[in-house]
Design a protein around this ligand. Sequence first.
Ligand code: ATP
Length: 463
Amino acid sequence: MSMILAPKLFLRIGAGAGISLLPTTSSSSSRRGRLASCRRLSSGFEGLSQLGFILFQPRDSTMDTSAPALSSTLFLDRVGEVVLSLNPTGLSWNPASIDPEETFCCQMMFHSEAETEIRFSDVYAVELTGLGLINGHNSTEMYRFVVHGFQRGKNSASPSVLSTYTFGHRDSHTCQELFDQINACMKLQVGRPKNLLVFVHPQCGKGNGRKTWEVVAPLFSRAKVTTKVTVTQRAGHAYDILKSSTDRELRSFDGIIAVGGDGLFNEVLNGLLSSRHKAPYPPAPTRLNTTDIKDPLQLHVYEDSKNVRNSLTSHSDIFVETALKGEDREPLLSASESHGLGISKYNVYLDIYFFSSQPVNRNHFAQVCLWHFVIFIIALSNSADQSTAVSFPNDWLRLGIIPAGSTDAIVISTTGVRDPITSALHIILGKKISLDVAQVVRWKTTPSSIDTPSVRYAASFAG
Ligand SMILES: Nc1ncnc2c1ncn2[C@@H]1O[C@H](COP(=O)(O)OP(=O)(O)OP(=O)(O)O)[C@@H](O)[C@H]1O
């Protein structure tokens, strides 16, 4: 399941006199025109020299500099006058001051990292903000546009940090052109959502679900992502809405976002899959062997289901510990070698315990395991065969999670960090990652029972 899962983001400048940067493009905001002009950035700049543009090659840049960049002079808030360049992969700027040390000092005062570039892949929004003052430039007001981006954490477990770059120019037309160009380039970024269905669990975690959404909501509106928000009234609310929604109703959405903990996310997952996962049930257990629970489950784990392996392994320790504590008997679960499935020892047994709330009585336990549960691990999006069994309302629909719960295990296996801003950015930028999903089938309670199986899905663990 992608995320989100949640869980896998462009400038040109007029010269001081306010000359339009793209001479072949009018200020028309037609989408086709803007996209076309953005594409031209990487394919040459005929005629530009006649108009006095500078071809600028950023120094020490890690960005793609294979194509020459368009550049011009603007004011950057809290930095001063800069030469701003637009190249196929992003923006870069360098001090325009004759005395580079002067600008550099100013930059150091305001930007601890002294950033001088940002990739379009790290830009989540651009806004035209009209006339205003530019910090570090003590004269009159300027026309401004703001580039909203983020800086990646130092390692995979660090939260992303929002960054804002406000550029100013005395000519409104120049600002408008730049804004249009950046927007056009951002539209070339694939996979970014435009319309999301959001469920907010107000009581999750320490009761901060609503507050968490209020913190991240401005990022979505800045990025022009429309959101239809439902604050859940009760357990099962999100499940009911999604289960009863038709494909037609869901088709207009690019994703469904849970603002809450693992429970709300699993509700969303179940509501979506309950009527849409068409795969046949896994085969029912064929024999009852109450004395041998070494192989009671039909467990299918795909080789690439690393998350499943990890979570099962970690659960196994806890679970074996818990289940057998104080029991004066041989451990029911003994370490065994891999069964050739590429999975760690314990895991097959672990899930038996996990789903059984019965006291540890060998015979009873084995019976519970054999007749109540079959655990069938599916990797909905990891495997082409499996994914065809799920008929989503559209091909690009994704699930997302913004952590606000008390455990947030799922988010640890998607963004790797319990940070709502980081998750919101991943969603806005259209990042995605495959997530293992377990289907738990509860079979009949006795061999002669005619109960139909009940099915649940779980992205982290079953509860
Ligand atoms: N408005 C609501 N009132 C009460 N319960 C709700 C509401 N909305 C959802 N729930 C239920 O609350 C349960 C717990 O929610 P959730 O898991 O999101 O938060 P949490 O328990 O704080 O986080 P975590 O699971 O990460 O520890 C879910 O199973 C969900 O079905």
